[in-house]
Design a protein around this ligand. Structure first.
Ligand code: UT7
Length: 325
């Protein structure tokens, strides 16, 4: 039995329709909603987001990212013995988006399921996949974060609709004799479930409640900054490492100010934080693997380096994964 799991390949995908802040502001102005590039950049660091076409679902974005990750790992879909998709915007109520991805990749038989932990979803999914590989239950796992948040946005609410976008990121995780993933740490606190939620649900053939995203941005901001430092320190302690050992911090891409504040607390220099939020806004569960893939492909992240992945989101959920790439 192998003791560890390690990343064999990464991939990511953004749908082609890109809206700069100015493009979005112009569209919103037609509905009488006022915003500006200046406000969005100053408060969030976001410059653009991508929106999927109406006939494109979460599983379609996921499959693009998955194919790249499989190619980078040098594996076929038939080599997989586990598929996990982290998403809060699935194709359907059921079956899971993971089973759609499995089918679209042309394979069958291996377990496939979704993990729903909103913006912490990828960290949760990676934690589950790592545990299954270390236990011997799987050897090659596809772990995806994919979202179409454009489907659950209220475009009359400027405090939320400018923040989010669509996208997908994926990793192939494989069994290994050497780490790999060094430590994982995940948490939830349902007392804060109302500060970031989509209250709508399907019942009796109807959607009951409001099926769009609601957020108390300042409450989320305050909680996020605290737990992101805490979980990173917990993972470091579990692995017996110091904050100075972090080569790259890859936080959930929600807001540049949250990322900068976390980096300062962890004493990670700004140029060691992977930032892609400017290019795609908050893509929830997709944001960490998207940022990871960008920095792997542009050569910043190299084998042997220590990566701290960490996320926070609705639930309230949060967590981190510390790994040797
Ligand atoms: O995945 C986790 C998800 N969420 C997050 O990470 C979000 C965490 N929170 C945040 O990032 C920030 O709280 C926001 C970016 C959401 C908001 O920034 P803020 O600095 O907390 O702004 P605010 O809510 O205090 O609003 C300041 C002003 C308000 O106007 P008044 O009341 O001062 O006149 C808002 O109405 O900015 C106004 N405002 C806007 N103006 C232009 C809010 N949204 C917009 C907008 N364009 N899009």
């Amino acid at each position: 039995m192998n003791m560890y799991s390690r990343i064999l390949g990464t991939g990511s995908y953004l749908p082609p329709r890109r809206l700069s802040n100015a493009d979005l502001a112009a569209e919103l102005a037609l509905k009488g909603v006022e915003t500006s590039d200046e406000w969005i950049v100053e408060r969030t660091g976001i410059r653009a987001r991508h929106f999927a076409a109406p006939d494109v679902g979460c599983s379609d974005l996921a499959v693009h990212a998955a194919r790249q990750a499989l190619q980078a790992a040098g594996l076929q879909a038939s080599d997989l013995d586990l598929i996990i998709v982290a998403t809060s915007t699935p194709d359907m109520v059921f079956p899971s988006t993971a089973t759609m991805v499995q089918h679209k990749l042309g394979t069958a038989g291996c377990p496939a399921f979704d993990v729903q932990a909103v913006c912490s979803g990828f960290v949760y999914a990676l934690t589950v996949a790592d545990a299954m590989i270390r236990s011997g239950a799987a050897r090659q796992a596809l772990v995806i974060g994919a979202e179409v948040f454009s489907r659950i946005l209220d475009f009359s609410d400027r405090t939320t609709c400018v923040l989010f976008g669509d996208g997908a990121g994926a990793v192939v995780l494989g069994a290994a004799d050497q780490p790999g993933i060094l430590a994982t740490d995940i948490h939830a606190d349902g007392r804060h479930r109302d500060i970031l939620c989509v209250p709508g649900h399907v019942s009796g053939g109807q959607v009951l409640g409001d099926p769009v995203l609601k957020m108390d941005g300042q409450a989320v901001f305050k909680l996020a900054v605290g737990v992101l430092e805490e979980t990173a320190r917990t993972s470091l302690a579990k692995a017996g490492l110091q904050d100075t050992d972090i080569d790259w911090l890859i936080p959930h891409q929600a807001n540049i100010r949250i990322m900068q504040s976390t980096a300062r607390k962890l004493k990670v220099p700004a140029d060691k934080v992977v930032v892609t939020v400017d290019q795609h806004g908050n893509t929830s569960a997709a944001s960490i693997p998207l940022a990871l893939d960008v920095a792997v492909r542009d050569g910043r992240i190299r084998r042997g380096q220590h990566l701290m992945l960490e996320g926070v989101g609705g639930g309230f959920t949060w967590g981190s994964v510390l790994l040797k790439y």
